[in-house]
Design a protein around this ligand. Structure first.
Ligand code: UDP
Ligand code: MG
Length: 329
């Protein structure tokens, strides 16, 4: 009998949680020789998500919820779920039912065939705006060029089934600035992509705006390649060579013809160009220094407030608190 844990990060999902459990359960109960359990991670929701989760955990034995001490972001919430999963494999799914549960049967099938990381691949990005689609294309194109050691999977999100050995590998990577999509790729093992159509959100609204997506893309680039730094070095060398050549040219013109050469416009152009490149280079270095800044603190990726009504405390390891007066069931 295989045991699979379904991990569901939830942030302000009060409207969908009640729909989620029966929708998924109706599909997974027909999969033979397999038991499923659910780990919902409440990522510091500001609505009544936690109450819905309490109700669900009360009602069903196969539901566990982990409530984080505040909103840590989806990447951290997924890690919390991964840390507390016990199954031979885990499936990560969004709470909003955009990930079709009917795909799970195929995922399990491929897993049994020996694949370790079976990921859902979006076949259309129809629900997304033209701009979002094209920005995504640009991101993948840049990542493909930049990351030399491996290729980032295209249109593949967090919806996937992971074998225990992928999970154990992910647990080794305690970096703070998590770009999970890249981490999945980094881990390697045998991958299989299953096409699926992204459904519209069942209810509620997305928390990803363009700014958040841009930040995620920056994180992806700075945590997986140092090629931008290298490019800046090349640019520096090219500009310096150009400057020397121009200097020689100006000198010769002045010596031979006494020609003062074009003054103000040339100066302005060169100054602005150099100023611009220097700022750009500094910005890029800054991004990497920022990464070092966050990683060097070695803070935990998330903090747990409670698990199934039990208040938790970190004392070297995470353990239940003895005094459990608040929030207890
Ligand atoms: N999510 C989370 N923490 C956050 C933001 C989102 O756990 O800070 C969860 C959210 O509840 C959902 C999943 O991540 O289950 C995907 O979020 P969303 O649907 O907003 O993103 P989209 O589907 O638009 O990419
Ligand atoms: Mg969604």
């Amino acid at each position: 009998m295989d045991k699979i844990t379904i991990i569901v990060p939830c942030y302000n999902e009060e409207e969908v949680i009640e729909m989620f459990y029966p929708a998924v359960q109706s599909h997974v109960k027909n999969i033979p020789n397999c038991t499923f359990n659910y780990v919902f991670v409440n990522d510091g929701s500001r609505d009544s998500t936690i109450d819905k989760l309490r109700e669900l955990a009360e009602k069903y034995d196969d539901v566990t919820y982990i409530s984080l001490s505040r909103n840590f972001g989806k990447e951290s919430a997924m890690m919390a779920g991964i840390d507390y999963s016990e199954g031979d494999a885990v499936i990560i799914m969004d709470a909003d039912l955009q990930h079709p549960p009917e795909v799970i049967a195929d995922m399990v099938k491929y897993w049994r065939e020996g694949y370790d990381d079976i990921c859902g691949k979006r076949v259309d990005r129809a629900g997304e705006t033209w701009l979002k689609r094209n920005l995504a294309n640009l991101f993948y194109a840049i990542m493909k060029k930049f990351s030399t050691s491996y290729e980032m999977q295209r249109d593949v999100g967090d919806f996937r089934l992971l074998d225990r050995r992928c999970i154990e590998a992910l647990k080794l990577m305690r970096e703070n600035q998590r770009f999970t999509k890249g981490l999945f790729t980094w881990v390697g093992y045998h991958k299989k992509e299953i096409p699926f159509e992204v459904k519209p959100r069942a209810a509620g609204s997305t928390t990803w705006n363009y700014f958040a997506l841009f930040n995620l893309a920056m994180k992806g680039m700075t945590s997986f390649t140092t090629l931008p730094l290298r490019l800046m070095t090349f640019l520096g060398i090219a500009v310096s060579c150009g400057a020397i050549a121009y200097m020689v040219f100006v000198l010769i013109m002045a010596l031979l013809y006494g020609d003062p050469v074009a003054g103000y416009p040339t100066l302005m152009t060169v100054m602005l160009f150099l100023g611009g490149t220097q700022l750009l280079a500094l910005g890029i270095i800054g991004e990497y220094v920022g990464q070092i800044f966050y990683e060097s603190k070695r803070r935990p990726i998330y903090l747990v407030d409670e698990i199934n009504g039990q208040r938790m405390i970190y004392e070297g390891v995470l353990r239940p608190m003895e005094r459990n007066t608040k929030n207890s069931k």
